[in-house]
Design a protein around this ligand. Structure first.
Ligand SMILES: Cc1cc2nc3c(=O)[nH]c(=O)nc-3n(C[C@H](O)[C@H](O)[C@H](O)COP(=O)(O)OP(=O)(O)OC[C@H]3O[C@@H](n4cnc5c(N)ncnc54)[C@H](O)[C@@H]3O)c2cc1C
Length: 419
């Protein structure tokens, strides 16, 4: 088949790669000058099944409420005139029971771990240089009680096969001497099988392979509408003309619901803004030796070769991706405090992007309303982690094959609706 993929983020490009492997002709449409130029550009690069905990947890309602009154919170809820925000928030709150959080976390972990195995298959086959590090990820705690809570929480993922090591300061220092000596840090949970790598480098290299094998990567192509005859998608309207195929995959991240709504598909995806710094190490003597998440401050730090990527914050501000220097003060203070001689902080590059979040924190898969339209979207805060498996699943579903990962709980129960 000729398959048109709407969106050239990591989800769209991995999907094109897997579909091409199945023998299809693929076309990727993206409005930017390069693939992976929006959310898939600035993320923390963590391939982190160990970070599969859903945000829609029993603690979330209180955290959201507090964020209305307190400044400098990692999670920032704000009222707005956008009706979609309230519809989405109600569905999010409905997922915040202990049972649902547990179920959604386990489903997400299963998908994340499967996805990592698909990534490894791809790396076994292709040569892709993307500043990968396979030393694991440290989930760092700042009090003995928080570490104990973190260990107890991690048991859920351990029961699903996640490898976990608990480290005190000495153990931490053996992996990263600077972090082991950092003020306020008491210990960490090390997930040695988690890994990191620059998602934009990866996605661009993969797109290059797809193009070299005959696929079309149509950048600078803005999609303006989806045409249907009521039963099937018949074409995609773009600024550069009409594009047609036998099947279509919707992979527009946070923008998926906007185009889908116009053809009668309501997708429960809301953009949640995050901020990122990219900082050259610039010859500094003590950069991070291993990626980490400061669980107290909710700041993630990864090292991509000679750069650090630091990310933080979840803000409800619609589709606004603007940012100002003060948005980055807190996260700069956190990373500088942990790694005083870690990088050239004065040369940090600032960025903001939108996480395409669903209320369950699980992506949307499967056929949606039209017989030849498939969803692969809504990957939220660990979409780089889940992209490779999601791509394989989508290719399997299009082929009418049963995916290697059991899909119960992961497939939309009704067209256009989340599980
Ligand atoms: C601060 C931050 C940190 C993160 N850290 C991590 C992490 O460490 N690990 C992890 O696994 N995930 C992380 N994520 C999440 C991850 O980045 C996303 O889940 C993932 O990038 C989503 O990919 P996507 O392809 O669905 O969306 P996108 O990358 O947004 O791709 C969608 C594409 O659609 C295109 N598009 C949109 N509208 C149109 C249109 N009308 N016409 C043509 N093209 C259009 C856009 O140009 C874009 O390229 C993080 C996210 C943020 C914001």
């Amino acid at each position: 088949m000729r398959i048109v993929i709407l969106g050239g983020g990591v989800v769209g490009v991995t999907t094109a790669y897997q579909l091409q492997r199945d023998g299809h002709e693929v076309v990727v449409l993206d409005r930017c000058a390069e693939v992976a130029a929006e959310t898939s550009w600035g993320n923390a690069g963590m391939v982190a099944p160990g970070h599969s905990f859903v945000w829609s947890s029993p603690a979330a309602p209180m955290t959201l409420l507090k964020s209305l009154f307190l400044r400098d919170q990692a999670l920032r809820f704000r009222f707005s005139a956008d009706p979609h925000l309230y519809a989405w928030s109600l569905r999010f709150l409905a997922q915040c029971t202990a049972d649902r959080a547990r179920r959604n976390t386990l489903l997400k972990h299963r998908l994340a771990a499967y996805s990592q195995s698909v990534l490894h298959e791809v790396l076994g086959r292709e040569t892709i240089v993307y500043d990968r590090s396979d030393r694991g990820i440290l989930y760092v705690h700042r009090s003995a009680q928080a570490l104990e809570r973190g260990i107890a929480q991690m048991r859920l993922l351990e029961s699903d096969g996640q490898v976990v090591r608990v480290l005190d300061r000495t153990g931490l220092a053996a992996l990263d001497p600077v972090l082991g000596a950092a003020p306020g840090v008491v210990g960490a949970i090390h997930c040695p099988t988690d890994e990191t790598g620059d998602p934009a480098l990866f996605t661009r290299a993969l797109a290059g392979l797809v193009a070299a094998r005959g696929g079309e990567i149509a950048t600078r192509t803005t999609i303006t509408g989806i045409e249907t005859d009521g039963r099937a998608v018949t074409g995609i309207r773009t600024g550069g003309g009409r594009v047609t195929g036998d099947a279509y995959v919707l992979a527009l991240g946070s923008y998926s619901p906007i185009l889908a709504r116009r053809i009668g598909i309501r997708l429960p995806i809301y953009p949640i803004k995050g901020y990122a710094l990219t900082i050259p190490i610039g010859g500094h003597a003590h950069p991070p030796a291993i990626a980490s998440v400061d669980e107290h401050h909710l700041v993630a730090i990864s090292r991509f070769g000679d750069r650090l990527r630091v990310t933080a914050t979840a803000a409800f501000s619609g589709y606004d991706v603007s940012h100002k220097p003060s948005d980055f003060t807190f996260m700069t203070d956190v990373v500088r405090n942990l790694y005083p001689d870690g990088a050239d902080y004065a040369r940090a590059q600032m960025w903001a992007g939108l996480r395409p979040m669903t209320p369950t924190n699980l992506p949307l898969f499967g056929r949606a309303r039209y017989r030849n339209l498939y969803l692969n979207t809504g990957h939220g805060h660990i979409g780089w982690t889940m992209s490779h498996g999601s791509a394989r699943i989508t290719a399997d579903l299009i082929a009418g094959r049963r995916p290697a990962l059991p899909m119960d709980g992961l497939l939309a129960t009704r067209a256009g609706h989340a599980p």
